[in-house]
Design a protein around this ligand. Structure first.
Ligand code: PLP
Length: 387
């Protein structure tokens, strides 16, 4: 067989338009936070379906999640419900502010947070919940809101996987949650290299996040250079962070945003081909996302007992055929820091524990060619063929 280049699990989808926009931004003289960042924030609000939404662009989703829990005033003694099935960022930011993450198991079908398990962990110290829209299959906004209001909790949605995606009749990002945070990391559905966005309906929370993303300075740099107050004057009102998005990144983001729905449709078409091709195979397929618009950030298979090989061998054999994969996630209760600090046991997370042994994420990115999709399909069929 002819040697083919290794197909990575994810690749960014970058065209000449993004490249030109970045070059233009560099030529403009505004390389840090400036007019492009403002444009990106404004365009995002419109894209999410409500120009009144406050959008705060930052240099990562982790930064956005941190700014959200900081602005909500969470701190020592406060408990925050976090699914074990997530990236470490979701829980890490809770530690940044000295609060305590309380780990929750997930639902079998979507691998999203299990509200029954969450309910059993609510006590007088529980102050917030951080649902993760895993793979881009959103959790119903209604469900989140009902749970939060019943227990009087703040809500920060980790929507790192869910752009663009719908949640009931509106987009993920356009809910009544205190904050929703997107990621524009290199492997995510749209990218700015590194980047994130905090979205909120709460003007005070937005103001606090804007201040804290830039050293706790009460006016951002762009405003300082464009208003009538002397440019050199500013107030430091808190020990803030350095989380601002650069205009170089935002220039890329504005173009990616204009292509976001088209890119989502490409991923959806790939998912449809996978569903069709894998229908008869002895593996589990993800929830199809009926009745909602799935972002298809990830396409996660379950290689369980019915398969002739286990998940690790499946990954190894696919790699042998030149197909890259990944695993989302190694649940947080399996990582030494979280396990040891909070005395976590695998027995407390039976669904996540079993899912971890079986899950594998296939390549699904908007610039994938038909031939690349064919290669993945053929490779999956080959490694699952009875010996
Ligand atoms: C990627 C990811 C993050 C972190 O995003 P960054 O922009 O890299 O900080 C947070 N949560 C989840 C679920 C993610 O997948």
């Amino acid at each position: 067989m002819e040697q083919q280049a290794f197909l990575p699990f994810a690749l960014p989808d970058i065209t000449e338009r993004e490249i030109e926009a970045v070059v233009e931004s560099m030529r403009s003289g505004w390389v840090t936070t400036g007019p492009k960042t403002a444009e990106f924030e404004k365009t995002m609000a419109t894209f999410l379906g409500d120009s009144e939404l406050h959008c705060v662009a930052v240099n990562s989703a982790t930064a956005g999640l941190h700014l959200a829990v900081e602005a909500l005033g969470l701190g020592p003694g406060d408990e925050v419900l976090v699914p074990t099935w997530t990236f470490t960022s979701t829980a890490e930011v809770v530690r940044y502010v000295g609060a305590t993450p309380v780990f929750v198991d997930v639902e079998e079908s979507t691998l999203n947070i299990d509200f029954d398990d969450a309910e059993s962990k609510v006590n007088a110290n529980t102050k917030a919940i951080m649902p993760v829209h895993f793979a881009g299959h959103s959790i119903s906004a209604d469900r989140i809101e009902k749970f939060a209001s019943r227990h009087g909790l703040k809500v920060v949605e980790d929507a790192a996987h869910a752009f663009p995606a719908t949640n009931g009749s509106s987009m993920v990002g356009n809910s009544s949650s205190d904050a929703v945070v997107f990621s524009f990391y290199a492997t995510k559905t749209i990218t700015t290299g590194e980047g994130g966005l905090l979205v909120t309906r709460n003007a005070d929370l937005a103001q606090r996040a804007r201040t804290m993303r830039l050293h706790g300075i009460s006016r951002d740099v762009f405003a300082r250079y464009t208003s009538k107050v002397p440019a050199w004057r500013y107030d430091v009102v808190a020990p803030g962070f350095k989380y601002n998005m650069t205009d170089i990144a935002a220039a890329m983001g504005v173009v990616q945003l204009s292509r976001a729905e088209e890119m989502r449709q490409n991923r959806e078409a790939i998912a449809e081909r996978y569903f069709e091709a894998f229908a008869g195979l002895p593996i589990g397929l993800p929830e199809s996302g009926q009745g909602l618009r799935h972002s298809w950030h990830l396409f996660v298979l379950r290689v369980g007992d019915a398969a002739p090989i286990d998940r690790d061998k499946f990954i190894e054999d696919l790699a042998g055929l030149g197909v890259g994969t990944s695993v989302h996630f190694i649940p947080l209760h399996r990582h030494p820091y979280w396990r040891e600090t909070y005395n976590l046991s695998a027995f407390d997370f039976p669904i996540a524990e079993r899912a971890f042994e079986q899950t594998v994420s296939l390549p699904i990115f908007s610039s994938m060619t038909e031939q690349q999709v064919d290669r993945v399909i053929n490779a999956v069929k080959k490694v699952l063929a009875p010996a």
